[in-house]
Write a protein that binds this ligand. Structure first.
Ligand SMILES: O=P(O)(O)OC[C@H]1O[C@H](OP(=O)(O)OP(=O)(O)O)[C@H](O)[C@@H]1O
Ligand SMILES: O=c1cc[nH]c(=O)[nH]1
Ligand SMILES: [Mg+2]
Length: 217
C-alpha cells in the first residue's frame, strides 16, 4: 500500500485538525462538520496531484489554451455516517464525480467490547476503469474499510483505489496492509498513537459520527 501523509509540512490543515480534536471547540457540530469538509478539500487537492491527466484544448473568448484534465472519471464513495462531511469536501473539488454510499457500523453483542462490522446499505455506481476514492474520517481497527471494500465487489477493477482518512491509528494501517491489494493508496491527514481498549483512537477526537450528527441509541 502506498501511504501519503499530508500533514508532515506545517500548513493551515493543522489548524483544522486541532479544532476537530479540541473538546472546547468540537462540540460546535456545525464547525466540526465544516472543518471536516475543509480537510476533505485539502485532501482532494493533494490527491488530485497523483491522478493521470490528458491534454485538452479550451476555447477562450480570445484564443485556444492547451491544458490538461483528469483522464479517468472519479467515483467518490463514503462510509455512513461519519464520511458524509468529508465527502462534501471531496465533492467540492471533484464536482463532476459519481458518488456512492455504503453503511457500516460496529455491532456490539450484549455488554461485550467485541464487535463485528455490519455492512447493510449500498448505493454505488460501477467502478470499472475509474478512480475510486473511499472516504471515511476515522481509521481505527481498519475493519470498516476492509468490510466495505469487500462488499463493493472490487472484481469490477477500478483503475486505482484511493482511501482517504483524517485520523489513522497504526493498528488500522497495519490491518489495511494485510487485507487490501498492494497497489491501493492510503491518504492520511494525521497519524495518531494507538487504539484504546474500546478500539477508539488515542488521542483521536472521540466519535466522529456523533460529533457531526449527534449521539445515537
Ligand atoms: O476502523 P474501524 O475500527 O472500523 O472504525 C472506524 C469506523 O468507526 C466510525 O464509524 P462508526 O462505526 O462510529 O459509525 P458512525 O459513522 O455511524 O458513527 C468511522 O467513521 C469508521 O467508519
Ligand atoms: O476513535 C474512533 C474510532 C472509531 N470511530 C470514531 O468515530 N472514532
Ligand atoms: Mg461513530
Amino acid at each position: 500500500m502506498h501511504i501519503h501523509y499530508i500533514s508532515e509540512q506545517n500548513s493551515i490543515l493543522n489548524h483544522f485538525l486541532a479544532q476537530i480534536r479540541d473538546v472546547s471547540i468540537q462540540k460546535d457540530s456545525m464547525r466540526f462538520r465544516k472543518n471536516i469538509e475543509r480537510i476533505g478539500e485539502i485532501m482532494a487537492y493533494e490527491l488530485s496531484k497523483t491522478l493521470d491527466y490528458k491534454a485538452i484544448d479550451v476555447q477562450t473568448p480570445l484564443g485556444i489554451k492547451h491544458t490538461t484534465t483528469v483522464a479517468e472519471p472519479v467515483v467518490l464513495c463514503s462510509i455512513l455516517r461519519a464520511g458524509l462531511a468529508l465527502h462534501t469536501g471531496f465533492m467540492n473539488f471533484f464536482d463532476d464525480a459519481e458518488n456512492g454510499f455504503v453503511s457500516a457500523y460496529r455491532h456490539h453483542y450484549d455488554n461485550d467490547d467485541k464487535f463485528e462490522i455490519l455492512v447493510e446499505y449500498q448505493a454505488a455506481p460501477s467502478f470499472e476503469g475509474k478512480n475510486l476514492i473511499l472516504i471515511d474520517p476515522m481509521l481505527a481497527t481498519g475493519q470498516s474499510i476492509v468490510a466495505v471494500l469487500h462488499k463493493l465487489h472490487l472484481e469490477q477493477k477500478p483503475k486505482e483505489i484511493h482511501i482517504a482518512v483524517v485520523i489513522a491509528a497504526p493498528e488500522g494501517i497495519a490491518y489495511l496492509e494485510e487485507n487490501l491489494p498492494k497497489n491501493c493508496h492510503l491518504w492520511v491527514a494525521a497519524l495518531d498513537e494507538k487504539l484504546n481498549e474500546k478500539n477508539y483512537i488515542i488521542p483521536g477526537l472521540g466519535d466522529a459520527g456523533d460529533l457531526a450528527y449527534g449521539s445515537k441509541l
